[in-house]
Design a protein around this ligand. Sequence first.
Ligand code: PMP
Length: 432
Amino acid sequence: LAERYADTFPGSRERFERARTLFPCGVTHDTRMMDPFPVYVTHAKGSKKWDVDGHELIDYIVGHGSHILGHTPADVVKAVQDQMARCTHPGACHDLELEWADLVKKIVPSAERIRFTGSGTEATMMALRLARLYTGQPKFLKFQGHFHGWHDAVTIASDPPYDTNAVPGVIDAVVANCVAVLPNDLNRVEDALRSDDKIGSVILEPTGGHWGGVPIRGAFLAGLREICTRLNRVLIFDEVITGFRVAPGGAQEAFGVTPDLTTLAKILAGGLPGGCVAGRADILAYLEPRPGKPKMKHPGTYNANPLSASAGVATLTRVATGEPSRKANAVARELRNALNAMFAANDWPWVAYGDFSMIRVLPGYRGDRPKPAAGDYDGFIPCGGDLNALDGPKTTAQVAAMRQGMLLNGVDWWGLGAMTSCEHTSADVART
Ligand code: PMP
């Protein structure tokens, strides 16, 4: 397989040789590391992208989740081109930031006030700092396996499904301010909060770590809301992936649970760099100078950048209709069902599961574990959440082979997961 792969993608192989002299590991993002080398892409449209050797690939990475409208939608491209000609950075306030924030406020239930950032990582950093100022408490609680970007505070216990608290390069004092517990256990959360007054906030990916690898259900979210209100802690939904994707208003709309703060990025900026914190006015007020109150500093050269704003406005205008998330959700369900039918027909111990427009694949699903009933995969928590119980090394080899095999057959997705856009079709599912 590896030989066929190398022969099929010679242009990428050549580029990777050069890349290894430029970048550590030859790549510019950890998840682009791939054995024996990654594929280099020239352009993309709708659900497809094309590599340097001219292969057409059905794309389920969709700009790391940022393209709910598919690649290069005409309305977004035009909006960005028009803005590009006007100016990329006025170094001043501008109309597009007002339009962009108006849309966020209209679409996202928790958004009373908004502050734009340069990325999702910056957004979670801001949300946690605001929560520290609002509560006066230094610590926060997160869930094992939940990913919130790469700044120091949140790298703890962020690998799927669960990991240890060891964080190379992060100082102990920072690690000590994060309490990481297993997800889907309200008693554990309540115990942790009750036993430590210094925990001021709770942050989570509201459909589960790494967009639903170990899913979270509405009842858990509602329970967290109740506990945080009762114990006076700030509840933060990290909707960098789920925002504008699972429903226009994100998981908080889909599950009817409103957090105090929400972090957003990706679809927010229509595939360009950008993020924001949206939430309660009295918490975001810590960004304002007020007598007797501390003010959080927040400069940032690219905050509310007009190019990102133009893409964001064009994208959210369509997101607000509800159609993009509806279509992306429907085609993802079709793909989950088709994969499960294929696994069953071939007698593979694999399962495709997930929620909304996110698809997870669990290889090497051991026969001694209860399998969900056919058609019930959307509500399936793999192995009761204990993914670590699966057969590690064998699974890793299978996943690497699958990724190569998929690329050889014209499909690009992450090893164990995929996301759809509203441009993916039944024909794409059949081909996949
Ligand atoms: N939170 C979540 C849930 C994410 O998935 C990501 C990025 N994949 C981030 C935060 C960080 O966002 P960014 O990559 O824009 O810094």
